[in-house]
Ligand binder design. Sequence first.
Ligand SMILES: Nc1ncnc2c1ncn2[C@@H]1O[C@H](COP(=O)(O)OP(=O)(O)OP(=O)(O)O)[C@@H](O)[C@H]1O
Ligand SMILES: [Mg+2]
Length: 231
Amino acid sequence: MSFSYPNGQQVLHNINFDLERGKTYALVGPTGGGKTTTASLIARLYDPTSGTVLLDGKDIRSYSPQERTHKIGFILQEPFLFTGTVRENILYGNEQFQNYSNEQLADVIQQANLDGLLERFDEGLDTKVKASGDSISLGQKQLIAFMRAVLRSPELLILDEATANIDTVTEQLLEEILQNIPETTTRIIIAHRLNTIESADEIFFINSGQVTRAGSLNDAVDMLLHDERTS
Ligand SMILES: Nc1ncnc2c1ncn2[C@@H]1O[C@H](COP(=O)(O)OP(=O)(O)OP(=O)(O)O)[C@@H](O)[C@H]1O
Ligand SMILES: [Mg+2]
């Protein structure tokens, strides 16, 4: 598969890899290397310029948008929120819990181990969020996106980490939640932290539009260091 942004130069050159259900993958590599782009193609935010993305062996284009939303949760580096409450934002695209009272929803959140995240908001589910401006921090935006994705119980969860904006306590919470989501959930984590990279089943190094499987954590670190020296 290859990919160019509209009117842009080619960003991914003939990449080819497959992922197994239930495994955790870390994508690492330098800024601008193509990690977010690769994840965006896996979630069909874009279509490849050539080649195909297969989901459960079927062309990802053959699924309806609704089916894709159910199967894939994507927590973007710059999450998309709209003006409203935390509740409205975390239930976006989620029919299952739409009619739950705040109390019922709080139970669901607790069962999903997400209550620690909700505590980061002064007024809980009723905390007001604005689409633009800085009513909440980028870290909090990611927490909302995270709750939104986990509550949909996706088969594939993609997390584009924005660790710089999340404090260490919250970071540990995220770690725990990631460990407690169903084992069958496939995880792709764009990782900046060593912890995440260490706990991955496989590591992909993405640079200059190429995706390379790193055999081990040491290989990945070597690739990152080598890259820093040569660029
Ligand atoms: N929307 C876009 N339109 C055009 N070019 C883009 C767009 N988004 C990214 N690019 C370009 O594609 C390349 C890969 O970017 P990408 O965002 O995938 O990198 P990344 O590995 O996620 O980087 P970072 O670690 O900084 O998040 C870069 O050269 C970038 O400038
Ligand atoms: Mg990125």
